[in-house]
Design a protein around this ligand. Structure first.
Ligand SMILES: CC(C)(COP(=O)(O)OP(=O)(O)OC[C@H]1O[C@@H](n2cnc3c(N)ncnc32)[C@H](O)[C@@H]1OP(=O)(O)O)[C@@H](O)C(=O)NCCC(=O)NCCS
Length: 229
């Protein structure tokens, strides 16, 4: 096959039907999501927004205040790119009536054709999701995370980079799995619980509980989400 010349590639770029997306957030996670959007071949970042912006421009695009977006009252497509699970939930509650949420999938992720995924979720570089997995809304499957077959992940959960969830597990709403954590097969983790980085979860975890270590042990109730910097 003859390689395409650069002007022919530019022509192909123009022909691609890229859809505009606004990213909520101007932090580290927003940068990573913006990269995934840029590579996705379906979406193009045209702007950012925040509740109270401190920047006018981020990654070369304008930053709007959330209220300005709400006032537009149009079907803007927004990806909420904030790492903190409870903050994504709050923002989605404020926006839900007026916007649509695309699913962002990095082209270097590997995803089973049987995946069911809710609006607003992001699947980042080198993540792998195997057969018969169900993912809710506004979930983050971060860089290199692995979700094995038959897992259920509820809304607003996060799998931090390199975490592994073995087959048949359930992660409740807002669960945070720290980087490199492993959840053994068939385990359920209750809503808004936190698993510390590098932990190995060998038993079910109740809701609103922080566990840490290998095997993971109870550390405290009502954990604060201090995984975001
Ligand atoms: C779970 C986490 C949020 C807890 O943070 P915290 O509330 O500040 O917790 P503390 O540092 O007060 O630690 C509480 C206890 O848990 C233990 N602990 C915390 N993190 C641990 C870990 N990764 N492995 C083992 N034990 C851990 C502490 O030693 C302490 O134990 P002790 O009470 O017996 O002394 C944090 O440790 C963590 O793992 N964050 C995830 C980071 C990450 O994955 N970032 C990726 C973002 S994309």
């Amino acid at each position: 096959m003859v390689p395409l010349e650069s002007d022919a590639l530019q022509c192909l770029d123009t022909l691609r039907m890229l859809n505009d997306v606004m990213i909520f957030g101007c932090g580290g996670h927003a940068k990573v999501v913006a990269d995934a959007v840029a590579l996705s071949r379906h979406w193009k970042v045209v702007s950012f927004c925040e509740s109270a912006p401190v920047l006018n421009v981020f990654l070369g695009q304008p930053v709007y205040a959330l209220q300005e977006v709400l006032d537009l009252n149009s079907k803007t497509k927004i990806c909420i790119a904030v790492g903190e699970n409870s903050v994504r939930q709050t923002i989605a509650g404020q926006l839900d009536a007026s916007v649509e949420y695309p699913v962002i999938q990095h082209p270097n992720s590997i995803v089973s054709g049987s995946l069911e995924v809710g609006a607003g979720s992001v699947i980042l570089a080198n993540a792998a999701i195997n057969a018969s997995v169900k993912i809710g809304r506004h979930v983050i499957v971060n860089t290199g995370a692995i979700l094995e077959h038959d897992c259920i992940v509820h809304d607003y959960a996060t799998l931090a980079p390199g975490s592994i969830v073995c087959g048949g597990c359930t992660l409740g709403e807002g669960v945070f799995l720290g980087a490199g954590a492993i959840v053994q097969q068939g385990i359920s983790i209750g809503a808004w619980s936190v698993v510390a980085a590098g932990s190995v979860v060998t038993r079910d975890v109740p809701s609103n509980t922080m566990v840490a270590g290998a095997p993971a042990e109870f550390k405290r109730m009502n954990p604060k989400e201090r995984h975001v910097y």
